[in-house]
Design a protein around this ligand. Structure first.
Ligand code: AMP
Ligand code: ZN
Length: 116
Protein backbone atom coordinates (compact mmCIF):
# COMPACT_ATOMS: atom_id res chain seq x y z
CA UNK A 1 0.00 0.00 0.00
CA UNK A 2 1.76 3.12 -1.25
CA UNK A 3 0.28 5.55 1.27
CA UNK A 4 0.67 3.32 4.32
CA UNK A 5 3.23 4.59 6.83
CA UNK A 6 4.16 1.11 8.08
CA UNK A 7 4.54 -0.23 4.51
CA UNK A 8 6.93 2.69 3.97
CA UNK A 9 8.88 1.60 7.04
CA UNK A 10 9.06 -1.94 5.63
CA UNK A 11 10.30 -0.55 2.28
CA UNK A 12 12.88 1.66 4.00
CA UNK A 13 11.24 4.90 2.81
CA UNK A 14 10.67 5.97 6.42
CA UNK A 15 13.36 5.17 9.01
CA UNK A 16 12.71 3.13 12.12
CA UNK A 17 14.65 1.92 15.13
CA UNK A 18 14.61 -1.74 14.12
CA UNK A 19 14.98 -4.42 16.80
CA UNK A 20 14.11 -7.59 14.86
CA UNK A 21 13.45 -8.61 11.28
CA UNK A 22 12.95 -11.78 9.31
CA UNK A 23 11.31 -12.57 5.97
CA UNK A 24 7.79 -12.05 7.30
CA UNK A 25 7.84 -9.62 10.23
CA UNK A 26 9.56 -6.46 11.40
CA UNK A 27 9.83 -5.13 14.97
CA UNK A 28 10.82 -1.57 15.84
CA UNK A 29 10.61 0.89 18.70
CA UNK A 30 7.43 2.93 19.00
CA UNK A 31 8.15 6.58 18.21
CA UNK A 32 6.15 7.75 21.26
CA UNK A 33 6.85 5.08 23.90
CA UNK A 34 4.28 4.73 26.67
CA UNK A 35 6.42 2.37 28.77
CA UNK A 36 10.21 1.92 29.08
CA UNK A 37 9.91 -0.89 26.54
CA UNK A 38 7.39 -0.12 23.80
CA UNK A 39 7.84 -1.97 20.53
CA UNK A 40 5.71 -2.56 17.47
CA UNK A 41 5.70 -5.87 15.61
CA UNK A 42 4.22 -5.79 12.12
CA UNK A 43 3.72 -8.16 9.21
CA UNK A 44 5.84 -7.05 6.24
CA UNK A 45 2.83 -7.77 4.06
CA UNK A 46 0.12 -5.10 4.33
CA UNK A 47 -2.78 -6.35 6.44
CA UNK A 48 -5.04 -3.51 7.51
CA UNK A 49 -6.15 -4.94 10.84
CA UNK A 50 -7.31 -8.06 12.63
CA UNK A 51 -10.71 -7.24 11.15
CA UNK A 52 -9.38 -7.92 7.64
CA UNK A 53 -6.95 -10.76 8.41
CA UNK A 54 -7.75 -14.04 6.70
CA UNK A 55 -6.72 -17.68 6.88
CA UNK A 56 -3.75 -16.76 4.64
CA UNK A 57 -2.38 -14.69 7.52
CA UNK A 58 -2.34 -17.40 10.15
CA UNK A 59 1.37 -18.14 9.86
CA UNK A 60 2.52 -14.53 10.06
CA UNK A 61 0.17 -13.77 12.95
CA UNK A 62 1.44 -16.83 14.79
CA UNK A 63 5.02 -15.78 14.18
CA UNK A 64 4.35 -12.31 15.64
CA UNK A 65 3.14 -13.93 18.86
CA UNK A 66 5.76 -16.67 18.91
CA UNK A 67 8.61 -14.14 18.61
CA UNK A 68 7.24 -11.72 21.21
CA UNK A 69 9.07 -13.12 24.23
CA UNK A 70 12.43 -13.25 22.45
CA UNK A 71 12.04 -9.66 21.24
CA UNK A 72 10.79 -8.36 24.59
CA UNK A 73 13.57 -10.09 26.51
CA UNK A 74 16.27 -8.74 24.20
CA UNK A 75 14.86 -5.22 24.57
CA UNK A 76 14.76 -5.15 28.38
CA UNK A 77 11.51 -6.81 29.42
CA UNK A 78 12.65 -10.30 30.46
CA UNK A 79 10.04 -10.87 33.17
CA UNK A 80 6.96 -10.49 31.07
CA UNK A 81 5.21 -7.92 28.93
CA UNK A 82 1.83 -7.11 27.46
CA UNK A 83 0.80 -7.39 23.85
CA UNK A 84 -1.93 -5.18 22.47
CA UNK A 85 -3.48 -5.20 19.01
CA UNK A 86 -5.82 -2.24 18.65
CA UNK A 87 -8.39 -2.95 15.98
CA UNK A 88 -10.66 -0.57 14.12
CA UNK A 89 -12.60 2.41 15.44
CA UNK A 90 -13.71 0.82 18.68
CA UNK A 91 -10.19 -0.48 19.30
CA UNK A 92 -8.76 3.04 18.77
CA UNK A 93 -6.47 1.81 15.99
CA UNK A 94 -4.61 4.83 14.60
CA UNK A 95 -2.36 3.25 11.99
CA UNK A 96 -4.24 1.06 9.48
CA UNK A 97 -1.51 -1.56 9.08
CA UNK A 98 -1.89 -4.39 11.60
CA UNK A 99 0.61 -4.02 14.43
CA UNK A 100 1.19 -5.65 17.78
CA UNK A 101 2.38 -3.44 20.61
CA UNK A 102 4.78 -5.02 23.10
CA UNK A 103 4.89 -2.95 26.29
CA UNK A 104 6.95 -3.67 29.37
CA UNK A 105 10.16 -2.95 31.18
CA UNK A 106 11.25 -3.69 34.74
CA UNK A 107 7.98 -2.66 36.43
CA UNK A 108 4.43 -3.98 35.93
CA UNK A 109 2.59 -2.13 33.18
CA UNK A 110 -0.55 -1.64 35.28
CA UNK A 111 -4.23 -2.57 34.98
CA UNK A 112 -5.39 -3.87 31.64
CA UNK A 113 -7.96 -1.11 31.06
CA UNK A 114 -9.32 1.90 32.85
CA UNK A 115 -12.81 1.16 34.14
CA UNK A 116 -15.57 3.07 32.31
P1 AMP B 1 -2.36 2.30 17.32
O1 AMP B 1 -3.06 3.36 18.11
O2 AMP B 1 -2.52 0.93 17.92
O3 AMP B 1 -2.71 2.36 15.85
O4 AMP B 1 -0.81 2.59 17.49
C1 AMP B 1 -0.04 3.26 16.54
C2 AMP B 1 1.33 3.42 17.15
O5 AMP B 1 2.24 3.74 16.13
C3 AMP B 1 1.41 4.55 18.19
O6 AMP B 1 1.85 4.01 19.43
C4 AMP B 1 2.43 5.51 17.58
O7 AMP B 1 3.26 6.09 18.56
C5 AMP B 1 3.21 4.60 16.65
N1 AMP B 1 3.83 5.24 15.51
C6 AMP B 1 3.27 6.05 14.60
N2 AMP B 1 4.15 6.38 13.65
C7 AMP B 1 5.31 5.75 13.96
C8 AMP B 1 6.61 5.69 13.35
N3 AMP B 1 6.90 6.36 12.22
N4 AMP B 1 7.56 4.94 13.95
C9 AMP B 1 7.29 4.28 15.10
N5 AMP B 1 6.09 4.28 15.70
C10 AMP B 1 5.11 5.02 15.15
ZN1 ZN C 1 0.77 -1.13 5.15
Amino acid sequence: MSDCIFCKIVDGGIPCDKVFEDDDILAFKDLYPQRPVHLLVIPKKHITSLATATADDVLVLGKMLAKANEIATAQGSPEGFRVIINTGRVGNQEVPHLHMHIVGGQDPVGPMLKRL
